[in-house]
Each structure stands twice: as C-alpha cells, then as structure tokens.
Design a protein around this ligand. Structure first.
Ligand code: SF4
Ligand code: SF4
Length: 109
C-alpha cells in the first residue's frame, strides 16, 4: 500500500466531474478510461424527498500523480477541484484530517 493517499470530503462534492477531466488531460488516457470516477447516490432522506451524494472513487489507473508530486505539484484532480473537497498527502496525516470531516472517504491505492 502506498504511504500517500487521497481524502475526499464528499459532504461538499458537487458532482461537477472536473476531477475526471483534469485526470484525463493529465494522463492522456484513452476515451472511457480515467483515474477517478464520480458516482451518484440517490436516497430517501428526512425533511426532503430525496438526497444525492456524489462520491468520486479513484480507479486502478490512479497513480496519485506521483510524477507531479516529484515536481512539487498537487495531483491534477486535487488542484482543479473547485469545491476544495479533495486532499492529497501522507496516509497518517489524512487519517487525522478525516477525523474532523463528517462524511469523507480515504483512498490509498
Ligand atoms: S472536482 Fe471536486 S466537486 Fe467536482 S466532482 Fe470532483 S471531487 Fe466533486
Ligand atoms: S491523483 Fe492523479 S491519477 Fe489519481 S485520480 Fe487524481 S488526477 Fe487521476
């Protein structure tokens, strides 16, 4: 397991798919392939007819943008997320940050 990972605070993910586009452009993946997929989850909720969560999942193609990391850059998806709901870092640091976020998911490819 990598010592680095991605923490996604899906409380604030808008489902805009910018992370997918940024990843696709960074890696020049073939059409239909990507290092991250935004999934939509619709469910019944109190006080409103339905609720929707958007949860981005890194795929097996995600390499955590280590080439960018080695150049002192953030992963493309993290840099371009306009909701600032994605974080990259060491797993231990992300676990601590996760404790302060109500609804988040940690990915360690
Ligand atoms: S770019 Fe950010 S807000 Fe947009 S879908 Fe991806 S994680 Fe969610
Ligand atoms: S970290 Fe890099 S490879 Fe992984 S999903 Fe984000 S942009 Fe794609």
């Amino acid at each position: 397991m990598s010592k680095f990972g991605l923490l996604i605070n899906y409380e604030y993910c808008t489902g805009c798919h910018t992370c997918e586009v940024a990843c696709q452009q960074e890696h020049s993946f073939d059409v239909g392939k990507c290092g991250i997929r935004v999934t939509e989850h619709v469910y019944a909720a109190e006080k409103k007819p339905v609720a929707v969560d958007y949860i981005p999942f890194p795929t097996e193609l995600c390499d955590l943008c280590m080439k960018r990391y080695n150049q002192g850059e953030l992963p493309a998806c993290v840099k371009h997320c306009q909701s600032f709901c994605m974080s990259f870092g060491k797993i231990n640091d992300l676990v601590e940050k996760m404790d302060q976020q109500k609804r988040s998911a940690l990915f360690a490819p």
